[in-house]
Write a protein that binds this ligand. Sequence first.
Ligand SMILES: [Cu+2]
Length: 428
Amino acid sequence: MVSRRDFIQAGAALLTAGAVTRSAIAALPEAPMQDSPKTQPPLVPRDGRPYNPVVTLNGWSLPWRMNNGWKEFHLIAEPVVRELAPGMKANLWGYNGQSPGPTLECVEGDRLRIFVTNRLPEHTTIHWHGILLPNGMDGVGGLTQPQIPAGKTYVYEFEMKHSGTFMYHPHADEMVQMAMGMMGFIVVHPRDPNQHRVDRDFVFLTNAYDITPGSYTPRVNTMLDFNLWSWNSRVFPGIDSIPVRLGDRVRIRIGNLTMTNHPIHLHGFNFKITGTDGGWVPPAAQWPETTVDMPIGSLRALEFDADAPGDWAFHCHKSHHVMNAMGHDVPTMIGVDHRGVAKRIISLVPDYMVMGERGMADMGEMEMPLPDNTLPMMTGSGPFGPLEMGGMFTVVKVREGLARNDYRDPGWYRHPPGTLAYEWKGDI
Ligand SMILES: [Cu+2]
């Protein structure tokens, strides 16, 4: 019944709608699984209405089958192991092999039938955030439907009445299930593929985890003091870059399912907010920005013309959200001269390291011993040395001459002569 991991690994060609076996037609739709945390190529629609697919950052879109005019998806709620970045994995809950779950893509006017199989140890539901639908399909456990018990499958059926950007997540034991990573993206494309058309259309969710250094499972009772701030359950340097062709019109759709706001900042361009989970923003109501503050439980679609080549940082502007676990509790040592003290401590503790008295940049390049399964607080390296980042950070890489559907990392930008900051070698 379930098309397993080899289905996905067979390549992008198989990752298209309608790739189901004959025996599955009479039963539940297949539930494709994904075992890679890397950004997958866009899922080009093979049947149903045509549309221009999105690219899910460090994620994928779920194939479907058409059945008598219904577009059928099959989500499996289940425990998953997600790599947050190379060197750290987490025991999360998610859908179809990953957290977040796969992006569901459909078209305005589509009738959706979504099968949800619960393989969690407790009950769950799915709420379709922002979608206008019959009350009994809204997925609020206890209010609009019975909870889906462990081991059972429920079916949701509704028509997609308007295009836009939406999310899905449980409305059952919500604090635990969202802290464990259960969420996903829904994109409803316009009926006319030329409406709201862009060249590259990226999607991701913000989420956050509190994983004690050296352990694997999030502390689900944490309210505010998370130590891993992630995009699609990945942290820098595990977040893939966003490759863009020079001159492309680019849309990035972001949903916030954390418990705080995120001011997301893009270098090198100004953008406009063209959509929210309430719909498209009319052009007359759009204003230029370089930072969009993401309210909790909301979506923003930002758009810009990628008219400047380069490696442009793209990140949350809360500085603690661009660092990883460890170090939040380190005392501030700037200006403290502890040379004399350090000598005496080293005679007792030979491995003792003094750090922080000139700032904390040393931590970006120092290979500190860390517990297993723990990422450095400030990490990553670029063409000029350590980036000293973590968490919600990646790079929009704008390059001339990329192929239309090429989403591979183009490497680091080579700055033309005369366009790079340089050292003053004269008198000071
Ligand atoms: Cu943030």
